[in-house]
Design a binder for this molecule. Structure first.
Ligand code: GLV
Ligand code: MN
Ligand code: MN
Length: 410
């Protein structure tokens, strides 16, 4: 076997070993799905795993005021830090790779930098951002938004999960002081470059027969809550003509979202509903639906959401129901146009791809020179158990990330 082939095999084995030490945590059922919601016991086990792996590597670990974890090689107070990482939380019943791949790869890249004898002239850190998916408290990239000042800490204190638990209580239970939530401009100013490695959430790399890609941009993205109110009543005795059924208004809104997205060349999804009283033999009294909308530019996004809202209101008038719409989060278009991203595309000789998925890298890009790397996902599926990446591609990702970090830290 050639030396290159041996090195590749060793990289694959190392990746598989570290990956395997995290993968049992939060796996549910036997379909490979994960539930790792922020600040739950499962999340705390993931966080402990990270701290132990960082300490084993003699990295200095700290948790910032917003609950993001940092593992430092070099002085955490030093200037121009090179930071890599991602998140460990998941969507409900998500895949294994979205988030954790970037964290595991960051730790392994530190090992590889050391093995290559790189002496960094800037601090290097691996970061784990909190609540990237917004799966528990509704706001995506909450940890990076709070860090950068893109989300008001007073609003964060008003966030509750589906069971009514306040974000503040969930964080306090994990030993954090929620009164300290908020922007951290000094920390942000010390970061010179950020690189997030992530599983690809599509099949472009598979079609290009490439293991690794570099991100060019992220579509703008909004999350909206639609609350429909009607009149609860008996399913067997209420004449069809006498009903004020919020489920019907909701159903028409879901169809309107699909039609509007196709018309605008955009994406619109209603993947979450909450119905009360949720009984088979009662007309619902109220129903809520969450719309996730994304488009290539902000103007199209607004037009898309306006048209869905108008349709919901028209239908509510027809059904004798009411609808109220609230924006839960809004993220503008992100272009990865800085030096780090240019260097990544050149250095790694990898295809450059846009994405519709949101990332902490997108939030940081407004403040720090940022790049994203993607690792091929042969299934093309994400936010579902079938999300995939081969150990061999993941090992290539670690090597490419190491190459980039080596260039950035010297
Ligand atoms: C996060 O993965 C998102 O795009 O919603
Ligand atoms: Mn995700
Ligand atoms: Mn992610």
């Amino acid at each position: 076997m050639s030396t290159d082939a041996e090195a590749a095999m060793m990289g694959t084995e190392r990746f598989a070993a570290l990956w395997g030490s995290l993968s049992p945590v939060g796996r549910v059922g036997d379909d490979g799905g994960y539930v790792r919601h922020s600040w739950t016991d499962t999340d705390l086990v993931c966080r402990e795993w990270f701290v132990e792996e960082a300490l084993d590597r003699d990295l200095e670990v700290e948790i910032d005021r917003n609950g993001n974890l940092w593992a430092w090689w070099g002085d955490p107070e030093g200037e121009g830090a090179v930071v890599t990482g991602s998140h460990l939380d998941s969507v409900p019943h998500g895949g294994a790779y979205d988030g954790p791949l970037g964290v595991v790869s960051g730790l392994l890249a530190i090992d590889r930098l050391r093995e290559r004898g790189v002496t960094p002239s800037r601090p290097i850190a691996v970061v784990v951002f909190t609540e990237e998916e917004g799966a528990r408290f509704g706001v995506p990239c909450l940890g990076s938004r709070l860090l950068t000042g893109a989300y008001d800490p007073a609003q964060a204190l008003r966030l509750r999960d589906r069971d009514g638990t306040w974000l503040a209580d969930a964080m306090a239970r994990a030993g954090l002081d929620p009164d300290r939530l908020g922007p951290d401009p000094e920390r942000l100013a010390r970061i010179g470059a950020f690189v997030e490695l992530h599983v690809e959430q599509g099949r472009a790399l598979d079609h290009l027969d490439a293991s690794i890609g570099v991100a060019s941009s992220i579509w703008p993205h909004g999350r909206y809550r639609f609350d429909f109110t009607g009149e609860g009543n008996h399913a067997g005795t209420t004449r069809m003509a006498d009903r004020h059924d919020p489920m019907l208004t909701l159903a028409h809104t879901v169809v309107a979202a699909d039609v509007a997205a196709r018309t605008h060349g955009a994406h619109a999804t209603v993947g979450r509903v909450d119905v009360a009283p949720n009984a088979t033999n009662a007309i619902a009294a109220r129903a809520s639906a969450w719309l996730d909308a994304r488009a290539a530019d902000t103007d199209t996004l607004h037009k898309l959401v306006d048209s869905i809202q108008r349709r919901a209101e028209e239908r509510a008038r027809h059904d004798g129901t009411r609808v109220a719409v609230a924006t839960e989060s809004l993220t503008g278009e992100v272009g990865f146009n800085g030096d780090v991203s240019r260097l990544a595309a050149l250095e790694l000789n990898a295809p450059v791809l846009p994405t519709g998925a949101g990332h902490d890298a997108g939030v940081l890009a407004g403040h720090v020179d940022t790049a994203m790397l993607f690792v091929r996902n042969p299934s093309g599926i994400s936010h579902a158990p079938q999300e995939s990446a081969s150990d061999a591609d993941c090992a290539v990702g670690v090597e490419k990330l190491t190459d980039l970090l080596a260039r950035l830290c010297q």
